[in-house]
Design a protein around this ligand. Structure first.
Ligand code: IMP
Length: 432
C-alpha cells in the first residue's frame, strides 16, 4: 500500500468490486475507527450497509457508516441523491437507538433531492411495456439522476431559501405530474404533502448543508484522515457496468472526483471489497449464477436478501474475469475478502477463470458482456473444507483447503487480500 506523507492525511477509498452487497459496511466500519471523516460520493438510499457489533445490527442506507463512531464527521457529497423523508427517518431511527448525530452530518449544497415524483415515475417506467425492466430498488434513484443531468433538479441549496424552495418544488411538481397523469395515467405527487416534508427537512438539516468539497479538501490539507465509502459495486456502474442493468451513478473510482469535488490525486489507497462468491439483485447478466440447490444454500448461509428491499439475491460462483475488470477500472491497491465462512458447508467450490464464447476462450469481461447470453464460464474446481471457520483469527490456522481457495482467488483477481472476513462481526476478521 502507498505510504502516507506526513503533511497530508491518509485518504482511503472503499469500493465494491462486484454487483454490490460485498459486505462493504463491515469493512468501512472497521477502517472507520481511524477516520476523522467518512464520505459518500454516489447513490442514495438504494444502498444498504449492514454493520454488526456486539448484539447490535445497524443497516445504513443513506447515512455514511462513520455515524456509528461518535467523533466522526459524515459527509453526503454532491454526487449522492437524497430523499428527504428517507434521511429524516434514518436519522430519527439512529437517534432512537442512542446514536448521537447532532451536526455530524454534512450535506453538499449541490446534492440533488429525490422527490415523490421520481419514485412514481420509476414505478411507471418499470411496469411499462417496451422498457427494459431493470429490477430497481424502487427508490427513485434513476429519475432523480436523470433530472440532475437534464438540469431541472431540486438541490440542497434551494432549500436554504424557502421562497425559492416552494417556487421550484411547485413548478417541478407541475411538470412531472403532467407526464405522470397524461403519459402514464398515474396519480401525480401532491404538493401539499411534499412541502411539509421539505420544511421539516430544512428545520433539521439546513445548518448541515455546506460546501462539502471545501470541507473535505481543507480536512485533507490539515492532515485529517478521510474514508470514502462507495455504495453498490463496480459492475453496477452506469458506464462500465452491465448496462442497462446498472444503477444510475458512477460507482467506480471516477465517481469520487465528481461526487465529492476531490481530485483523485488525493486518494492514497483504493481498497476493493470482494465476496468469496458472487451475488446480484435485480435483473441482468450473471453468467456464474447458480439457480439450483447450491445457489439456495449460499443464499441461506449468507443471508443473501437485499438489505434495502428484502429481495432474495441471485447467488453464484466467484467470477475471476469480472474481478479482474473491476481491479483494472478502480486501480485497486488491496482487497478485503468477505463472507468466506458462507462456503463452509460446500463439498467443492468453483472459480470462474475465463469464458468460452462460440468455441473461443475469452479472458476480458467486456468481451463476455457483449455476448453474455452465449458465454460459458470456464471453471476450476477446488475441494471445500466442510467445517466452520468463524472462530479462526490467523490465516495459517484456516484449513488447508480454505487457504488454498483464498490464495487462488488472490491469483485470479491479481490483487492481494489485506483482510479476510469470516463472520459479520467486527471481531470476525483475519488481518493478513
Ligand atoms: P436502482 O439503483 O434502484 O436504480 O437499481 C438499479 C440496479 O441496481 C438494480 O439491479 C438494483 O437491484 C441494483 N442495486 C441498487 N442498489 C443496490 C445495492 O445497494 N446493492 C445491490 N444492488 C443494488
Amino acid at each position: 500500500m502507498p505510504a502516507s506523507t506526513p503533511d497530508r492525511g491518509r485518504t482511503e477509498l472503499i469500493i465494491g468490486a462486484q454487483w454490490g452487497d460485498e459486505g462493504k459496511g463491515k469493512i468501512v466500519d472497521l477502517l472507520g475507527e481511524k477516520a476523522d471523516l467518512v464520505a459518500r460520493y454516489q447513490g442514495g438510499h438504494n444502498a444498504g450497509h449492514t454493520v454488526k457489533f456486539g448484539d447490535e445490527t445497524f443497516i445504513l442506507h443513506l447515512v455514511p457508516t462513520g455515524i456509528l463512531r461518535p467523533d466522526t464527521t459524515c459527509v453526503i457529497g454532491n454526487g449522492v441523491v437524497v430523499d428527504p423523508s428517507a434521511l429524516l427517518k434514518e436519522t430519527a431511527e439512529l437517534e432512537a437507538r442512542g446514536i448521537d448525530i447532532g451536526g455530524r452530518i454534512k450535506i453538499s449544497r449541490y446534492a440533488h433531492l429525490i422527490m415523490p415524483w421520481h419514485t412514481l415515475l420509476e414505478s411507471c417506467l418499470e411496469n411499462s411495456e417496451g422498457c427494459a425492466k431493470i429490477g430497481t430498488t424502487g427508490r427513485g434513484i434513476g429519475p432523480a439522476y436523470a433530472d440532475k443531468i437534464y438540469r431541472r433538479g431540486l438541490r440542497m441549496e434551494d432549500l436554504l431559501d424557502p421562497r425559492r424552495m416552494e417556487k421550484k418544488a411547485a413548478s417541478l411538481a407541475g411538470e412531472h405530474n403532467r407526464v405522470l397523469t397524461r403519459a402514464f395515467g398515474a396519480q401525480g405527487a401532491m404538493l401539499e404533502d411534499i412541502l411539509p416534508v421539505l420544511y421539516r427537512f430544512r428545520e433539521r438539516f439546513a445548518g448541515c448543508i455546506v460546501d462539502t468539497a471545501g470541507l473535505l479538501n481543507s480536512a485533507i490539507a490539515a492532515g485529517k484522515r478521510v474514508l470514502i465509502e462507495g455504495a453498490q459495486g463496480a459492475l453496477l456502474d452506469v458506464d462500465f457496468g452491465t448496462y442497462p442493468f446498472v444503477t444510475s451513478s458512477n460507482t467506480t473510482i471516477g465517481g469520487v472526483s465528481t461526487g465529492l469535488g476531490l481530485s483523485l490525486r488525493k486518494v492514497d489507497t483504493v481498497i476493493g471489497i470482494i465476496k468469496a462468491y458472487t451475488t446480484r439483485v435485480g435483473n441482468g447478466p450473471f453468467p456464474t449464477e447458480l439457480t439450483g440447490a447450491t445457489g439456495e444454500l449460499l443464499r441461506e448461509a449468507g443471508y443473501e436478501y437485499g438489505a434495502t428491499t428484502g429481495r432474495p439475491r441471485r447467488c453464484g460462483w466467484f467470477d475471476g474475469v469480472a474481478a479482474r475488470y473491476s481491479m483494472m477500472l478502480n486501480d485497486v491497491d488491496t482487497l478485503a475478502l468477505t463472507k468466506l465462512d458462507v462456503l463452509d458447508g460446500l463439498d467443492e467450490i468453483r472459480i470462474c477463470t475465463a469464458y468460452t464464447v462460440r468455441g473461443e476462450q475469452v479472458n476480458d469481461w467486456v468481451d463476455v458482456c457483449a455476448f453474455w447470453d452465449e458465454a460459458e464460464p470456464v471453471y476450476e474446481t477446488m475441494p471445500g473444507w466442510k467445517r466452520p471457520i468463524g472462530e479462526v483469527r490467523r490465516f495459517t490456522d484456516l484449513p488447508a483447503e480454505t487457504q488454498a481457495y483464498v490464495k487462488r482467488l488472490q491469483e485470479v483477481a491479481g490483487v492481494e487480500f489485506s483482510w479476510v472476513s469470516v463472520g459479520p462481526k467486527r471481531s470476525e476478521t483475519i488481518v493478513m
